[in-house]
Write a protein that binds this ligand. Structure first.
Ligand code: ADP
Ligand code: ZN
Length: 753
């Protein structure tokens, strides 16, 4: 028998199948990881077995080396994952090794992680208990070693096998004494592999599924009766009960013996969502996200691989989880940019899911209150099946939204960050003993520091961006390279004492709020306060249990929160995401505002949302008032069609990065010239040269980052049936483009910075 193996080295030169022989004593299947001798020096390297075959042709002219051993006794990749990896290699133009690596826990490779072994001890089988005990006593009957005697009695009396952890909890510092008893042959050490449990210290309260509303029933019915391989777009307003629909769809998959994957944005992963699922499905749930330790992630992954967990909840990369008989993938908040990977392979979890369901005959559900325009467009054209839930559960109304023009507020003499209307409403909310969320789309105390006298602005010495002032430790920080400096008293430009902070941050909102409401209890949540493994969860649960009146936060308060006592949501400044140079800024603003508005009034009490803005007439803000996704979609998609933006066009970006600016610049120019010719000749085959809209070389918006210069070539193509051929031509051109500054191409990058 022979095996075709992908060597676990990410390098185009070795990115092909190598043949090895399988020694008789080894049982090797596709999906096993193996150790093989590689290259002239027969260096031992890990690899993935892609296929196995029997020798048919009689003489093979080259020497075939044998596989040395299996890395794991089980296959680490399922057959559908092997096929998926082949597709990823083609679709995202990466090596097969890169495509295979994303499917297994990183630390599995190179055997950097070990099973956790629980050491246990039991009485040796053949000893005379009384004689053994006596030997532990002195002549006068007192113990030679009190600890040894205590341990011996504990184990002898219980008749059980006891773990060293448990022994130590009865008898502190027992380890040396245990070892001594083992040495005397009285105890036998045993042990077994255990799974680290990230939820070890939490209780689960199990819940029964509620009766579905008619809207939910209809949506569930569409999902359950859809053909395998199809995608359903579930458009349901915030609080319409989408999560409940996911749970019941998953329940019916489990009933028929299948498994399921639920992707949620990383940020909404820790707190409420997983608890809801675990209380319904218990130990069948496995969770994969970036806050797990390597050991925990490895153990969760194995619980999935061995079928102990059949439902995986995770962030983007959980789309690769080794779920056997995968019947359903659900992607919640499908419009979130975090489903796009920014590291190799630069995949879209939605595209991967669409491919994977074809391979396993599963179905895909994309859920959102504000679907991405591209996906809604696909649903409108019948490529996806549309299911809609336009109302909240139990006739609860969507919150009332008021828009406050902050320019009027300023003209009327109010230059604080709270409009009078928001202040009044906060008063009422607090008087009623209800809770509020204040949302600000920024982090830090203020965006940057500048001098009122000379206009000096603090910028990062390594990157072309302004530094952010952080009040808690009086520092100026760069969010791109991490450089930080303490804030000087005097302006370095003119030496005067006129430094001020422009823009607003969550800390400033908190300070001003305390001035207005001295008694108020606030929790502030942004990337500065939620560093650790549990703090995000802790802050939310403190707020959820009423330990604070107001939650102030950035993006991370916008999603998934379901707190019945929250009746007021204030958006401090809605415009901060609006006037970016990105074509998606209006779509993203609408999505974010709708999401955050959806946190208000989710139970009996009515909700109020107040959006403060300088651009009340902008459609992304105006249409939030009536939660009017469909009008927003109709206007925005019409504009995109007229101006040829995605989904009607594709942006492709090639990056050139390095310390020498002239080099970076010249590389981008040379690439632009070459790719223009290549694309024109590709399109000529179809008589469609007009589909190449432009090729634009130039400096990236952040031209210097960590002292490296960044140039890009942006290519814009009309999306047609020829686009795939054009993209392949770009990949091929990139492979031939011999330049150390070239960093590959991205299709529709999540941001253009
Ligand atoms: P969405 O995910 O669409 O925002 P959720 O699934 O979180 O909505 O549902 C909103 C609230 O309604 C939750 O508190 C949930 O427990 C509750 N809920 C959902 N479905 C039902 C139902 N059929 N009957 C009663 N309560 C429900
Ligand atoms: Zn920097």
């Amino acid at each position: 028998m022979f095996a075709k193996v992908i060597i676990d080295i990410s390098n185009a030169n070795v990115d092909r199948l190598f043949t090895y022989s399988i020694p008789d004593e080894l049982e090797i299947d596709p999906g096993h990881r193996v150790l093989v001798p590689f290259g002239r020096g027969n260096k031992q390297i890990e690899g993935f077995v892609i296929e196995t075959f029997e020798e048919t042709t009689t003489n093979i002219s080259f020497e075939i080396k044998p596989i040395l051993r299996r890395m794991e006794p089980y296959t680490v990749l399922l057959p559908d994952q092997l096929k998926l990896s082949e597709w990823i290699t083609r679709a995202y133009h990466c090596t097969r090794a890169d495509a295979l690596r994303v499917m297994i826990p990183a630390k599995l490779r190179g055997s950097r992680i070990k099973e956790k072994i629980v050491r246990t001890f039991l009485l040796a089988e053949d000893i005379d208990i009384q004689a053994a005990r006596n030997s532990l006593l002195k002549k006068d009957g007192s113990p030679r070693s009190p600890k040894q005697l205590e341990i011996f009695d504990l184990i002898a009396n219980s008749g059980l096998e006891i773990s060293s952890e448990d022994i130590n909890s009865y008898i502190p510092n027992a380890s040396a004494a245990i070892n001594a008893l083992v040495g005397k042959g009285m105890l036998i050490e045993s042990g077994h592999v255990t799974f680290r449990n990230p939820f070890a210290n939490e209780r689960i309260i199990s819940t029964d599924p509620p009766l579905l509303t008619d809207e939910q029933k209809a949506a569930l019915n569409i999902i359950n009766s859809e053909e395998p391989g199809r995608c359903i777009l579930l458009h349901g307003v915030t609080g319409s009960g989408k999560t409940e629909v996911y749970m019941q769809a998953i329940a019916s998959v489990l009933e028929s013996g299948g498994g399921a994957i639920l992707l949620v944005p990383e940020i909404s992963l820790t707190p409420q969502t997983t608890d809801r699922f675990r209380s319904r499905f218990g130990e069948l749930i496995a969770v994969l996200h970036s806050h797990l330790s390597d050991g925990e992630r490895y153990d969760e992954w194995r619980r999935i691989r061995f079928g102990k967990a059949k439902v995986v909840i995770g962030a983007r990369s959980a789309v690769f989880a080794p779920v056997e008989n995968l019947q359903l993938i659900v992607i919640d908040e499908e419009h979130e940019p975090s489903y796009q990977s920014e590291t190799t392979p630069k995949y879209s979890a939605i595209e991967v899911a669409l491919r994977r369901i074809k391979l396993t005959n599963a179905r895909l559900v994309l859920g959102s209150a504000t679907p991405s325009l591209g996906d809604y467009y696909k649903a409108k054209r019948g490529l996806f099946t549309l299911a809609e839930m336009p109302d909240r559960i139990n006739g609860i109304p969507l919150p009332k939204v008021d828009i406050v023009d902050m320019r009027d507020e300023f003209l009327n003499g109010n230059d604080s960050i709270f409009s009078n209307f928001l202040t009044e409403n906060l008063h009422r909310c607090l008087d009623n003993g209800e809770q509020a969320i204040l949302f600000l789309n920024r982090r830090g105390y203020s965006s940057h520091a500048e001098c009122r006298a000379c206009g000096f602005v603090f910028t990062c010495p390594n990157c072309d961006v302004a530094l952010t002032y952080h009040k808690y430790d009086e520092t100026l920080r760069c969010h791109y390279c991490g450089a930080h400096f303490s804030m000087p008293k005097l302006c370095p430009g003119c030496g005067k004492e006129y430094l001020k902070y422009t823009g607003i941050g969550t800390q400033q909102v908190e300070e001003q709020l305390i001035k207005l409401f001295p008694e108020i209890r606030c929790i502030r949540m942004d990337t500065d306060t939620t560093g650790g493994k549990t703090s995000h969860r802790e802050l939310l649960s403190a707020f959820g249990s009423g330990k604070a009146d107001v939650l102030i936060g950035t993006q991370m308060v916008a999603k998934g929160l379901d707190i019945p006592n929250v009746t007021l949501v204030g958006v401090i400044f809605a415009d901060s995401t609006l006037f970016h140079s990105d074509y998606r800024s209006s779509e993203r603003t609408f999505q974010l505002l709708t999401q955050v508005a959806g946190r208000a009034g989710r139970a009996e009490k009515n909700g109020n949302v107040i959006i403060q803005t300088n651009a009340p007439e902008h459609r992304a803000i105006r249409l939030c008032k009536n939660h009017d996704y469909k009008s927003f979609y109709a206007l925005e998609i019409r504009d995109r069609m007229h101006t040829l933006f995605p989904p009607f066009a594709v942006f492709i970006r090639a990056m050139f990065i390095g310390y020498d600016e002239a080099h970076a610049y010249e590389s981008s120019e040379r690439f632009a010239k070459g790719i223009t010719l290549r694309l024109l000749s590709t399109y000529k085959l179809y008589n469609s040269e007009k589909e190449l809209l432009f090729v634009a070389p130039g400096a990236a918006p952040i031209k210097r980052r960590s002292n490296e210069f960044r140039y890009s070539v942006i290519i814009k193509l009309v999306r047609t049936s020829h686009t795939a051929a054009a993209i392949n031509a770009i990949y091929a051109f990139g492979d031939e483009f011999n330049d150390e500054y070239y960093r590959g191409v991205e299709i529709n990058p999540a941001d253009m910075l």
